[in-house]
Design a protein around this ligand. Structure first.
Ligand code: APR
Length: 313
C-alpha cells in the first residue's frame, strides 16, 4: 500500500518537499494551507507534472485536515519565514501559535504518525509540537542538522574540489547561530578534514555554515531557503518510510544523553519507521561539549519564553 505524507504549509519549503516526495515516488502527498486555493493549485500543478516525470503517486491540496487522516508522516512547515536582518528567534511568538494549532489538528487525525518540524525557530517549535501532540517524544523530530551538515559539505566540496559524495559532515546543537559544526567528525573519503584543510580555512567554512541560512535570506530578500531544506526533509521522510535505520543529525528529545535533559537539540540519531530509534553519543572534547551546551542553552531560553503557555499555566 502506498504511504501517505501530509505537508502543512504549502509555501516554498512545503511545495518543494511535495515535489521531491512525489518525484521519488515515496508517498501520496496531502498539502494543507490556510490560504484558499494555494494548496489546491500547487497539488494540481504537481499532479499535472506526473505524466512527464513518470510518477504514480498523487497529490491533493486542501484547507482542512480531513484528508490528512492516517498519514504515516506529517511535515509542518506552516509559519512565517525570515526576512533580511531577522534571526530565527525573531519568529518565535508568531510561529508558536501556528505550530500549536496545526499540531493539535494533525495529531488528532494521524495519531500514529511521525511529525517532522521545519518551522523556525525549529528546535523550540519541535518542543512545542511534542508537548501539544502528547506523542512519544521519538515520534516528533526537528529538521535542522541535515540541512546544516549539507551546507557544511557543500562548502567543503567547493574548497577541495571533490565530489560531495565523498564528504560526510556532522553538525550538532540547535539549528541557530550557535550551531556546532564538528571538523573532527567531518571526513572526505574517511579522512578528517583537519588533515586536509588549513585551520583558518576550516574556521571560515564553519562561519559560512553557521550563517548559511542568513546568506540565502540576504540574497532572496523576500523569504528564506527552500531547496536545501526540502532535500533535508525528504531524506528524513525516506529514512522513516523505508525504515532505513539511517544515521542522520536531527533535533531529538534529550533525556539525559549528552548530559542534557528535557529539551530538543541536534544530535546524530538512528531514523526508522518508529522515528528516532536511537541517539548516538559522540565523544566530545571539553571545547566541543562547551559549544554544544551553549547552543542547547539558547534553545532552552527560547522554550522558557513560551513556558507559561506551553504548560498551560
Ligand atoms: N496553517 C497552515 N498553513 C499556514 C498557517 C496555518 N496556521 N499559517 C501559515 N501557513 C502557511 C502560509 O500560508 C504559507 O503558505 O505556511 C506557508 C509558509 O510558506 P512560506 O511563507 O513560503 O515559508 P517557507 O519558506 O516555506 O518557510 C516555512 O520553514 O524554514 C522555515 O523559517 C522557515 O518558519 C519558516 C518555515
Amino acid at each position: 500500500m502506498r504511504r501517505k505524507v501530509s505537508i502543512i504549509g504549502a509555501g516554498n519549503v512545503g511545495a518543494s518537499t511535495a515535489q521531491r516526495i512525489l518525484e521519488k515516488e515515496l508517498a501520496n502527498v496531502v498539502l494543507v494551507d490556510v490560504v484558499e486555493g494555494l494548496p489546491q493549485g500547487k497539488a494540481l500543478d504537481l499532479a499535472e507534472s506526473a505524466p512527464v516525470e513518470g510518477f504514480d503517486c498523487f497529490s491533493i491540496g486542501t484547507n482542512t485536515y480531513e484528508d490528512t487522516a492516517n498519514s504515516d508522516v506529517v511535515v509542518i512547515t506552516a509559519g512565517l519565514a525570515r526576512k533580511p536582518g531577522m534571526s530565527r528567534d525573531d519568529l518565535i511568538m508568531a510561529n508558536f501559535e501556528i505550530v500549536r494549532s496545526v499540531t493539535a489538528e494533525v495529531s488528532k487525525k494521524s495519531p500514529s504518525s511521525v511529525i517532522i518540524i521545519v518551522t523556525n525557530p525549529m528546535d523550540v517549535m519541535t518542543y512545542v509540537a511534542a508537548v501539544e501532540s502528547r506523542f512519544p517524544k521519538n515520534r516528533v523530530i526537528g529538521m535542522g542538522g541535515i540541512l546544516d551538515s549539507a551546507r557544511f559539505r557543500a562548502f567543503i566540496s567547493m574548497e577541495l574540489g571533490v565530489s560531495i559524495e565523498n564528504i560526510h559532515a556532522m553538525v550538532l546543537g540547535g539549528h541557530g547561530d550557535d550551531m556546532v559544526p564538528l571538523p573532527r567528525y567531518t571526513t572526505v573519503a574517511g579522512i578528517p578534514i583537519i588533515e586536509l584543510i588549513p585551520s583558518d580555512k576550516i574556521d571560515a567554512i564553519i562561519k559560512r555554515t553557521r550563517d548559511g541560512g542568513a546568506e540565502i535570506v540576504g540574497l532572496l530578500k523576500t523569504g528564506s531557503a527552500y531547496y536545501a531544506p526540502s532535500s533535508a526533509v525528504v531524506e528524513m521522510v525516506e529514512a522513516i518510510i523505508k525504515d532505513k535505520k539511517k544515521i542522520l543529525p536531527c533535533a531529538a528529545y534529550l533525556d539525559g544523553r549528552y548530559g542534557v535533559r528535557g529539551i530538543y537539540a541536534g544530535v546524530p540519531v538512528k531514523l526508522g519507521r518508529g522515528g528516532v530509534e536511537d541517539i548516538l553519543e559522540l565523544k566530545l572534547t571539553d571545547e566541543e561539549m562547551a559549544a554544544f551546551l551553549r547552543s542547547v542553552d539558547s534553545v532552552r531560553k527560547g522554550i522558557e519564553k513560551l513556558k507559561m503557555d506551553v504548560t498551560g499555566g
